[in-house]
Design a protein. Structure first.
Length: 269
């Protein structure tokens, strides 16, 4: 049975598509069969990333390991029973089709609350929540007092993850391994960074998630998107020597993949 990875966050701009693309491509390059779905049916940032990769590799006559993008199958409304949701059926049909031929299925969710995203979270074996290192983004997980030191209650997103966990428990499935990935952390030790670290650590113990290092803000990520490339592809396209920033970004990806602790994955880059 395929291991399902869901990349979810109800706030845009946290780096979901960048994380999705790099995790999926890293798995493909390590020899795993990786199928991916983009549930943001309107913007399709992750889908566009894959489209760009296909176009660039074709034009450059390159054959690099890549995740396999799939669309949600159409379901006839007449086939639904009263009260059934068409999006539930489209997602379950996609998973049923991909599980026999995949080691991993990665699902990238939109930066908003949708029915598709809600259902996807309940399917997650591993849930990755990228989070910019600021209290604006932390508010997605929990509310704090004016000082940022005291957590006053969970957010709607945390409650949604809790509901997904309850659904999995009722179905007799293994618990979700929830990892919050801290993106765009500053290199310097600052008061806000220290406060965020304490707040996330405190919250992780209260609602049950692991913390993993993510990607810092780097120009390279914006440069890679139009060609659909990742940090692991640079040498294959003729970049003979990585600069210091690229080497650091590659190490960040390695650290993230190690922190995810995905079953059967041995980091070899």
């Amino acid at each position: 049975m395929a291991h399902i990875i869901v990349v979810g966050n109800e706030k845009g701009g946290a780096g979901k598509s960048t994380v999705s693309m790099h995790v999926a491509t890293a798995l493909a390059r390590m020899g795993h069969k990786i199928s991916v779905l983009d549930l943001d049916l309107r913007q399709r940032t992750f889908g566009r990333y894959i489209d760009n990769r296909k176009a660039f590799l074709a034009s450059a006559e390159l054959d690099l390991p890549s995740p396999s993008m799939h669309e949600l199958p159409e379901v006839e409304a007449e086939a639904l029973k009263p009260g059934e949701n068409i999006y539930d059926h489209r997602l379950s049909a996609a998973i049923a089709e991909l599980e026999p031929v995949s080691d991993f299925i990665l699902i990238d969710c939109p930066g908003s609350h949708t029915r598709l995203s809600q259902v996807a979270h309940s399917l997650a074996d591993t849930l990755i929540t990228p989070l910019n290192d600021s209290f604006i983004d932390f508010d997605l997980l929990a509310h704090t007092d004016a000082t940022g030191d005291k957590i006053t209650g969970p957010s709607v997103y945390s409650e949604m993850v809790w509901n997904a966990r309850q659904l999995r428990a009722q179905a007799g499935l293994a618990p979700i391994d929830w990892i919050v990935v801290r993106n765009r952390m500053g290199a310097q030790r600052m008061v806000n960074k220290d406060k965020m670290e304490r707040a996330i650590l405190n919250l992780s113990k209260r609602i049950g998630f692991r913390i993993a290092p993510g990607f810092n803000e780097r120009v390279i990520f914006r440069e890679l998107f139009p060609r659909g490339l990742t940090l692991l592809d640079l040498k294959d396209i003729g970049v003979k020597q990585l600069n210091i920033s690229n080497v650091a970004a590659r190490q960040e990806l390695r650290d993230l993949m190690k922190a995810l602790k995905l079953p059967g994955v041995e980091i070899n880059f």
